[in-house]
Design a protein around this ligand. Structure first.
Ligand code: 4AD
Ligand code: MG
Length: 477
């Protein structure tokens, strides 16, 4: 008989049917009641074992973490907390978990401890919920773009360019680091490397996505990106997944509309499809907030935050207006910010972004038209020659979740900006070709996928929304 999944059994409740389930023991009470999980839902199915007739050797091996298969009949449950249960007539143990050694006992473990056993943490309620929601978000993103007529473009992971021009790249090489081939002038001879040139892991698929958009009209990437920035924060990873749509004949306003619509779509999707997991994560979030000092607590529950995103328009304003607001804000005047905002041109830190979102506007904010000096080379210059058509979307508890811009489509303006910023014009000839041949206004943005998962699940550390986080000093598993 084919095994059925617990989520389906709880939904359809096929009373009196013979069923088989396969999964892992969460708890075993009174030598009789197994709470079983198979990953299909946060809920467990109660399996009732006949302790008179079951072999005591089998009973001894039913421990938390063991993989088992249960055959039996589904019946209405007498107990509280579940509508149905499985009365087992046969239990097979596939794999034991020695209770003396299994690190995941049924009690509350700290997130730090669970990170050390990231290979096992999928088996906890919290991580089960996080990874089911993560999947649902990824699926919703593909569905949104597909329904909007976008093509999913796979851009390379290994590149020879620095899309952001920030120099935060991981090198890719097969050279023997103990015997690096040198040229006569004393520099490294990359001609002898695998690609016969210097290469690195991509920081963004944007430049290649632009090439695609200028032929296919609307494309998006969804892949891993890598940043060797030494940021040990709860919002930075060295390896993270990014979604980067790029659209031809599109300006910054269209771009903001697209990003806002996408975020609302994916959040509504998980509200609809991930009820049980979100209810669990909401309880967890509320408890965690209660343990914080009052002024740091979120005013909203997780579910309220999610509903709020869907129901309200994002506030749109220029960087210049935001600087005015920040400069006159209480924490700035009282020098409570770690970085006090003195003048126009300052880069915004997450404390400033969060002030705008959480204290001033109390809703998601889109900042536009940043100073050119704090943004990348490819953004379209405004007529003031000081600001560029950039936009960042700021979310409560997260800060920047999306960064994007209208692109500089004018060849001369782009070349001038690249020269000013020391971006190698010659190496990026292929990028410039799009401006030489059939250029047009176009725009796009990047959504940090883990920051989105963080927002939706309410997890406070980004390391807890990706299976195996890569951060400075850590590439375990
Ligand atoms: O603002 P960023 O650097 O923009 C780009 O990479 C553009 N090429 C995007 C585009 O226009 N196509 O990154 C975009 C988003 C950020 O808003 C943030 O959500 C996320 O990527 N991000 C990170 N997420 C986790 N860890 C990091 N180190 C991140 N760096 C950026
Ligand atoms: Mg950014």
């Amino acid at each position: 008989m084919k095994a059925r999944r617990i989520a389906e059994l709880l939904r359809t409740q096929p009373i009196d049917e013979q069923v088989v389930i396969q999964g892992w023991v969460r708890t075993f009470r009174n030598n009789q009641f197994i709470a079983m999980s198979d990953g299909s839902t946060i809920k467990t199915l109660q399996v009732v074992v006949d302790r008179e007739t079951t072999d005591p050797e089998i009973l001894k091996r039913i421990n938390t973490g063991a993989a088992i298969e249960a055959h039996g009949t589904l019946v209405p449950s007498q107990g509280r907390g579940q509508s149905v249960e499985l009365v087992a007539d046969d239990i097979t143990i596939h794999g034991e978990a020695d209770p003396e050694k299994y690190p995941l006992q049924p009690k509350r473990h700290s997130m730090e401890f669970l990170r050390e056993i990231a290979h096992l943490r999928f088996r906890t309620n919290t991580f089960g919920a996080v990874f089911r929601v993560r999947h649902a978000l990824a699926f919703a993103i593909h569905k949104f773009f597909n329904d909007e007529g976008f093509y999913y473009l796979h851009t390379p992971v290994i590149t020879a360019s620095d899309a952001e021009g920030a120099g935060e790249m991981f090198r890719v090489t097969t050279l023997d680091l103990h015997k690096v081939p040198m040229k006569e002038q004393g520099s490294i001879d990359f001609k002898q490397d695998f690609f016969e040139r210097e290469t690195n892991l991509t920081v963004s698929g944007q430049l290649e996505a632009e090439l695609g958009a200028l032929a296919l009209g609307k494309v998006y990437t969804f892949g891993p990106t890598f940043r060797a920035e030494n940021s040990n924060t709860s919002r930075h990873l060295a390896e993270f997944w990014m979604i980067e749509p790029e659209v031809a004949f599109c300006d910054l306003d269209d771009n903001m509309d697209l990003a806002e619509a996408m975020l609302k779509y994916v959040v509504s999707y998980v509200i609809r499809e991930c009820n049980d997991d979100l209810a669990f994560l909401n309880d967890r979030f509320v408890k965690e907030e209660q343990s914080k000092p009052k002024q740091e607590r979120s005013e909203w529950s997780l579910l309220e935050k999610l509903a709020f995103i869907v129901e309200h328009d994002f506030e749109r304003l220029t960087y210049t207006r935001a600087i005015d607001i920040l400069r006159n804000s209480k924490p700035n005047r009282k020098k409570k910010f770690n970085y006090v905002i003195e003048e126009w041109g300052a880069d915004l830190q997450s404390e400033h972004e969060r002030y705008l979102v959480e204290k001033h506007f109390k809703k998601p904010v889109i900042l536009t038209d940043y100073p050119k000096d704090i943004k990348a080379f490819y953004m379209r210059m405004n007529d003031d020659d000081k600001t560029v058509r950039a936009m960042d979307i700021l979310f409560p508890g997260i800060g920047e979740i999306v960064g994007g811009s209208q692109r500089e489509e004018r060849l001369d303006a782009l070349k001038a900006r690249m020269a000013e910023m020391d971006i190698p014009v010659k190496e990026l000839y292929w990028y410039l070709d799009t401006r030489k041949f059939g250029t047009c206004p176009h725009a796009g943005y990047g959504l940090g996928f883990e920051r989105l998962v963080q927002f939706v699940t309410g997890m406070s550390n980004i390391r807890d929304v990706i299976a195996f986080p890569r951060t400075p000093g850590n590439a375990n598993f």
